[in-house]
Design a protein around this ligand. Structure first.
Ligand code: FCB
Length: 440
């Protein structure tokens, strides 16, 4: 890889990220059903109808996985704490779940890994989904109680706590595009989810502050968005898509407003008196997590319903997901966040990575495309720091091949290969290359 640790400030953190439902094995330890179990059991939603019941069996193998992080010389580990494991019905604590995260966090600290917790990475308990999930305001209030329960147990040992992972996916991808649980295509449910997930962040921060937590933030995903051509119509369409995808959450959280271009579609469907929540939503936070993967080019689609846009993959080479590889987009968002929204607040690249159809040959996985991808995105991060963004860490997505949501186990994002029959872990060549880069 074309970077080394000493290219970065001395306390810059290198790490890898995962999420509970994607790796743990949700069938173990008394966890409750989540809306992903329901979504996966519905024909056509997930490749081969796969779910997270066993996943990587991290629940039983976490010591081995944390050893691999440590052996790579990583500084930090971004993980999530499953609401449905900790409160199977969404309301009642599960002692086994609390004990699991207690052991997990101690095992991180024993290995010198800084714990970066994400409170909600999509495992909504089915009992709350039954009551309308994120379209129901009560879910945001119950989320606050969940924050109390897990923070009382492990908050004392967290290096950083993010409330929500990728609220755009929670709301728009899941309620408007229908690609993720609960698989709705309903603008009214979307508008409500867009607001209630943002409110859950605000409530989460309030609860964390009541418990004297520092290092509280959120993880947002960003998608490089450009007009498909030079026409004024494409420019306006790209601005509208940018408002929905890239501006809605960061403007709510830092300025207490939603972009007018997005409210033009959602306004009629927003919950009553949503404006009254904006002060709680926009309270100060301590860091911003940036997830970045790819770029889209946008055309106007005047005959389609609002938002009247058609989105196309960019022209560059693609990953196994079909996502364009476009490192300049990461530099764009890191510098844009600093310039337009957060100033000098610490930024972390909380996810960046690529899927590839990795195969084990002769006991090794040769994945030069991934090593190049990581190198190029870490260098884009370095350039963003040089251009004034206060970026303090980079987390690769993902430590392990895992349950890639609607794509089941087919798409491999890991630095470590997982054989989903034997569950054997095999570090890929990119793992070894990353290890030597951050040792230099
Ligand atoms: C992000 C998710 C993560 C993973 C990657 C590929 O949107 O946060 O769980 O699925 O994409």
């Amino acid at each position: 890889m074309d970077f080394k640790r000493t290219d970065f400030p001395p306390d810059f953190l290198f790490g890898a990220a995962t999420a509970a439902y994607q790796i743990e094995g949700h069938a173990f330890g008394g966890a409750g059903s989540t809306h992903w179990d329901t979504f996966a059991a519905t024909p056509g939603n997930v490749i081969r109808a796969e779910d997270g019941a066993r996943a990587c069996d991290h629940y039983h193998r976490f010591e081995e996985d944390l050893d691999l992080l440590k052996d790579a010389g990583m500084d930090a580990y971004r993980f999530s704490t499953s609401w449905a494991r900790l409160m199977p019905d969404g309301r009642t604590p599960n002692a086994q779940g609390l004990d699991f995260y207690d052991r997990l966090v101690d095992a991180m600290l024993e290995r010198g890994l800084k714990p970066f917790q994400t409170l909600y990475h999509w495992d909504l308990p089915s009992t709350l989904a039954d009551k309308g999930g994120w379209a129901n305001r009560d879910t945001a209030l119950y989320f606050g109680d969940f924050v109390d329960v897990i923070t009382d147990r492990i908050g004392d040992r967290m290096h950083a706590i993010a409330t929500i992972n990728e609220p755009w996916c929670v709301a728009y991808l899941s309620h408007f595009l229908g690609h993720h649980a609960p698989g709705l295509r309903d603008i009214r449910a979307t508008a409500r989810a867009m607001h209630h997930i943002t409110l859950a962040h605000g409530i989460g921060v309030s609860r964390l502050r009541e418990k004297d937590m520092t290092h509280c933030g959120i993880v947002l995903n960003f998608d490089a968005t450009e007009p498909l051509d030079a026409s004024p119509a494409a420019t306006v369409a790209a601005q509208r898509q940018d408002a929905i995808f890239n501006r809605w959450f960061i403007e709510a959280i830092t300025k207490g407003t939603y972009p007018a271009e997005a409210l033009a579609g959602f306004g009629a469907h927003m919950p009553d008196n949503w404006q009254d929540d904006m002060a709680q939503i926009s309270q100060p936070m301590d860091f911003l997590g940036v997830n970045y993967y790819t770029r889209h080019q946008v055309a106007a689609a005047p005959d389609a319903p609002w938002p009247h846009t058609a989105s196309h993959e960019g022209p560059g080479s693609k990953t196994q997901m079909g996502w364009e590889i476009f490192p300049a987009g990461l530099h764009h968002f890191l510098t844009r966040m600093a310039r337009d929204y957060v100033g000098d607040l610490p930024l972390f690249v909380t996810e960046n990575g690529m899927a590839w159809d990795d195969k084990i040959t002769g006991g090794v996985v040769n994945d030069p495309a991934r090593a190049q991808f990581i190198s190029d995105h870490v260098l884009a991060t370095k350039q963003a720091i040089a251009d004034g963004a206060n970026v303090q860490g980079f987390f690769y997505w993902s430590l392990l091949d895992n349950y890639e949501w609607a794509f089941g186990y087919e798409k491999r994002f890991g630095m470590i290969h997982v054989d989903f029959d034997t569950l054997k872990r095999t570090p890929k060549a990119s793992y070894h290359a990353f290890k030597s880069a951050i040792a230099r």
